[in-house]
Design a protein around this ligand. Structure first.
Ligand code: NDP
Length: 333
C-alpha cells in the first residue's frame, strides 16, 4: 500500500520502520505543520516527500492508507479528511477528544467502505493473547476481579504536550487509561458499565492535567477492575492480575512496548510460569491493519473499539471532576 503519515511524531518513526519491514508498503508522504520537521522526518524515515498541507499530500500522493499520529486534538479532523479522500485510516489513541467526533469517524469509515483502526497496540502482545485464551478456557475459574498497575516514570523524551497542554489531550487518563480499558475489554470480552475515578496531581503536569489516576470499573458480568495509571512512578514494574474463583493469572511488565512480559498461573497446583516470548507490538498492530485493508479480517482494534475506550476515558475524567460514579452507555450501539 501507498502510505501517508499524518504527524511527524516519535511514534511515527517506530511505525514507519514497522511498515517498511512488512514489504509491499511505500511511504509516499508525511504531513507536518513544520516544513523543517517534515523534511527531516522524511529524510530520516525513507518517506518520499513532506508536505505542510494535508489536502495537497492527499491529492498529490493518493495514498491508500494513512497513519494519524498527531497530537490528540487533531486526530478527528485529519482522519475525517483522509477518509473523505478514500484512504484507510490507522489512527492513534485516543481516537478523538470528543465522543461525537469519534462516532462520526466510525460512520464515515463505514459509509466510504474504508478500514478505520485504533492503534491500541497492547492487543498485539503475545502475552496478552495467551492471557485472553487462558481466561476464556477457564484457567482461573470465573473471573471476578482484575488489578492493573500501569504506573510509569514518564521518560523525559515524552515530556511536552502530554504534561502541559489540556487542549492537545494531555494527561494520564487519555494517554494510558484508554489503552488499559481497551485491553480489559479485549481480555475479558465483556463491556464496562460504570467507572469511578480519583485523579492525582503530583506536580509533573500543569494546566489542571492529572499525572496519576485510580479507577474502579464495573463490568457487565459483575467483574470489578481496579486500575492505576501514573506518570511519576519510579522503578515500578507494570502489573496485570486477573483473579478468578479457581486461581490467578499475573502478567508483569507487559504494559509497556519495551517490557519483557512474565506470565504466571497460580492455582491449587502451585505457581506455573507460562512461557511467552516478547514481540514487537507496533509491528504486529500495523501488520494486522495491512491485512484488514486487503480484505482479510479485522484490525486488532477497530474504530468502534477506539470509540468505546474513549467513552470510558471521558467518563473517568468526568468522574474525577464531579466526584460521582459514571454510568457507561454503549456509544456505538
Ligand atoms: P510527539 O510529541 O512525538 O509528536 C506529536 C506532534 O508534535 C507531531 O505530530 C509534531 O507535529 C509535533 N512535534 C514533534 N516533534 C516536535 C518538536 N520537536 N517540536 C515541536 N513539535 C513537535 O508525539 P508522540 O509520538 O508521543 O504521540 C503522538 C500520538 O501518538 C498521540 O496521539 C499519542 O497518544 C499516540 N501514541 C500512541 C502510542 C501507542 O503505543 N499506541 C505510543 C506513543 C504515542 P507535526 O506533525 O505538525 O510536525
Amino acid at each position: 500500500m501507498r502510505w501517508g503519515l499524518i504527524g511527524a511524531s516519535r511514534i511515527a518513526e517506530r511505525v514507519s520502520k514497522a511498515l517498511l519491514a512488512i514489504g509491499g508498503q511505500e511511504l509516499v508522504g508525511v504531513y507536518s505543520r513544520s516544513e523543517e520537521r517534515g523534511r527531516a522526518f522524511a529524510a530520516a524515515q525513507g518517506v518520499a516527500q513532506s508536505y505542510t498541507d494535508l489536502a495537497t499530500l492527499l491529492a498529490q500522493c493518493r495514498p491508500d492508507a494513512v497513519y494519524v499520529s498527531s497530537t490528540n486534538e487533531l486526530h478527528a479532523a485529519q482522519s475525517l479528511t483522509a477518509l473523505e479522500a478514500g484512504c484507510h485510516v490507522l489512527c492513534e489513541k485516543p481516537l478523538a477528544m470528543r465522543l461525537d467526533d469519534a462516532v462520526q469517524m466510525v460512520r464515515q469509515a463505514h459509509s466510504h467502505h474504508r478500514v478505520l483502526a485504533t492503534n491500541h497496540h497492547l492487543r498485539a502482545s503475545w502475552a496478552h493473547q495467551r492471557l485472553r485464551g487462558l481466561i476464556a478456557e477457564g484457567a482461573v475459574g470465573r473471573v471476578h476481579a482484575v488489578q492493573v498497575s500501569h504506573a510509569v516514570n514518564l521518560p523525559q523524551t515524552l515530556h511536552g504536550w502530554r504534561l502541559n497542554q489540556p487542549e492537545a489531550g494531555g494527561g494520564v487518563v487519555l494517554d494510558i487509561l484508554t489503552h488499559d480499558i481497551d485491553l480489559l475489554r479485549y481480555l475479558l470480552q465483556v463491556e464496562p458499565q460504570a467507572i469511578q475515578t480519583v485523579a492525582q496531581h503530583n506536580g509533573l503536569t500543569q494546566g489542571g492535567l492529572e499525572d496519576g489516576a485510580m479507577s474502579i470499573v464495573t463490568f457487565a458480568d459483575g467483574t470489578l477492575a481496579h486500575l492505576h495509571q501514573s506518570f511519576v512512578a519510579a522503578h515500578a514494574p507494570t502489573r496485570l492480575d486477573v483473579l478468578g474463583t479457581e486461581g490467578m493469572l499475573s502478567c508483569v511488565q507487559s504494559l509497556t512496548a519495551s517490557g519483557v512480559p512474565e506470565l504466571t498461573l497460580r492455582n491449587a497446583h502451585g505457581a506455573q510460569a507460562i512461557p511467552v516470548a516478547p514481540n514487537d507490538l507496533h509491528a504486529a498492530s500495523v501488520r494486522a491493519f495491512v491485512v484488514a485493508c486487503a480484505g482479510q479480517g479485522a484490525p486488532l482494534a477497530t474504530g468502534e473499539d477506539g470509540v468505546r475506550a474513549l467513552a470510558v476515558a471521558l467518563a473517568a475524567l468526568e468522574a474525577a471532576a464531579s466526584g460521582s460514579r459514571q454510568i457507561l452507555r454503549d456509544p456505538v450501539a
